[in-house]
Design a protein. Structure first.
Length: 144
C-alpha cells in the first residue's frame, strides 16, 4: 500500500508541475491597443492640453488602426486610412517591469511605458524643430 501512495504522490506532483508550466507570466504589453487620448504641449515650457479628434485629426489614427503585441516578442502595427490598410511588422522587448522597446521593419523605434493605474501604454514624442506645432506629444493607448 505504501508503494501505491508514493506513486500517487509522485504522479500528483508531476501533474501539478505540468499545470503550472502553462501559467508563465504574461507581459503587460501583450494584447491589442488603440489610441485612447493624446496630450499635446505646444512649447517646451508651455502648458499641456488634451487633443480632440475633430481639430487634431492628423495626430489620431483611424478607429480601425491598432498595435498588437504578441507574447513571442513580435508585433504588428495595423493602419487603415482612406480605404486602404497596411500591416507593419515589428518586435518588442522588455526593458524593465513597465518599460518596453518597440522597433518596426521600417526602422521606426520607440520606448513604450505601461501605466499600471490606467492599464494603458504611453508613448512620448519630442521635437526640437521650432517650426513643429508641438514640442511634446503623449499618446495613450488602451486595450482593444
Amino acid at each position: 500500500m505504501t508503494f501505491m501512495k508514493r506513486l500517487m504522490a509522485v504522479l500528483a506532483a508531476g501533474l501539478m508541475i505540468l499545470s503550472m508550466a502553462g501559467c508563465a507570466k504574461k507581459e503587460k504589453i501583450v494584447g491589442t491597443w488603440k489610441i485612447d487620448w493624446i496630450l499635446v504641449q505646444p512649447e517646451e515650457n508651455g502648458d499641456s492640453d488634451y487633443a480632440d479628434r475633430e481639430t487634431n485629426a492628423s495626430l489620431f489614427e483611424s478607429e480601425q488602426s491598432y498595435y498588437k503585441f504578441n507574447a513571442d516578442g513580435t508585433a504588428v502595427h495595423h493602419m487603415e486610412d482612406g480605404g486602404g490598410a497596411v500591416d507593419i511588422k515589428g518586435t518588442w522587448k522588455k526593458i524593465d517591469d513597465t518599460t518596453f522597446q518597440y522597433e518596426d521593419e521600417q526602422g521606426m523605434s520607440m520606448e513604450i511605458w505601461y501605466v499600471v493605474s490606467e492599464d494603458s501604454l504611453h508613448v512620448e514624442w519630442y521635437s526640437e524643430n521650432p517650426d513643429d506645432p508641438y514640442y511634446n506629444i503623449c499618446y495613450a493607448y488602451k486595450r482593444a
